[in-house]
Design a protein. Sequence first.
Length: 385
Amino acid sequence: MKKIQMVDLGGQYQGIKDQVNSSISNILESSAFINGPEVQAFQKELEDYLEVKHVIPCANGTDALQICMMGLGLKPGDEVITADFTFAATVEVIALLQLTPVLVDVEPDTFNISIDAIEKAITPKTKAIVPVHLFGQCADMDAIMDLAKKHNLFVIEDNAQGIGAKHRFKDGTKKMSGTIGHVASTSFFPSKNLGCYGDGGAIFTNDDDLAHTIRGIVNHGMYKRYHHDVVGVNSRLDSIQAAVLRAKLPKLNSYNAKRRNAARKYSEAFKNQEHIVVPKTVNGCDGICDTCDCHVFHQYTLKITNGKRDALVQHLNNNGVPCGVYYPIPLHSQKAYVDERYIEANFAVTNQLVEEVISLPMHTELDDEQIGYITAMIIEFVNKQ
Ligand SMILES: *Cc1c(COP(=O)(O)O)cnc(C)c1O
């Protein structure tokens, strides 16, 4: 059996090696390292793929989120609601801009932000909601857009884990994740579903004015060379990363289908297991089917409900099966983000998830033998007395 890896970027590289190597060597010959033709071409290709009017590439997914908030003109003291159960980058940029983060609980089955919890957290100071499409499945965007409209709030989608997923609305229509709110951010960190070979990120929006504002912000607040109209940042995608992304973008749907296929096999194997809860796909699809594009499985995350999660992690690590706990500590309990206004009872779901979740190896190169080995080992261990 091939050695099991949490992500297998080396195996994936073999399939795009010729294109990546020749594009990179062309860049080295041309010296167009920043904002070269590869970046422009990638931007256009991603706009076409997402069916969105504007893609603004930038340096990473954390910058992308920060720039979204700067572009919307959010001001210190404005409250921004986001999920307690996500990667820290989401709350970090809110705090960094001296906005007020308001963390709220998530749903126990999808791990995505709870609509009830958002509604309860809205105050006259609330200016924006940041849903995170956690582990590759969209948050409940119907309800979030309704709430935003009712309360006149911005919606910033953190799409770092969801690129390529579609959200199916109640009326049956579908839209790509990251094209539903007012603006969205994504990350091209190597292990993301569309990852480059370094750092990278992008912002998406259909709003022409906001896109214009953001194009200046990413470039030192310049709209005309050496005229700095607003305080900006320096956040660029370099040409070499754009070349890698151009090689991968045409394969993104097939990469995501491979992830879904692995997820389906995992879930089949864990069916009827008393102590193992498989991830739930919602959004128009009852099971995990091949044709459904509602979940792109950035992570495949189980809940182990009999208290053996930590022991299982140890057991897998001792037996050549990498795994991860995303995320082990609720954001509201992190030193940097504690706030006396938080009431522990309001985070009951996140507090339980951090004890139960385990993410299994998930990438485009997993084979049946590996999946069989992983699932058998987990089932045996979890049921052992
Ligand atoms: C990866 C990630 C980010 C940050 O992306 P970087 O490119 O690493 O800065 C933000 N939010 C979520 C949910 C992520 O998973």
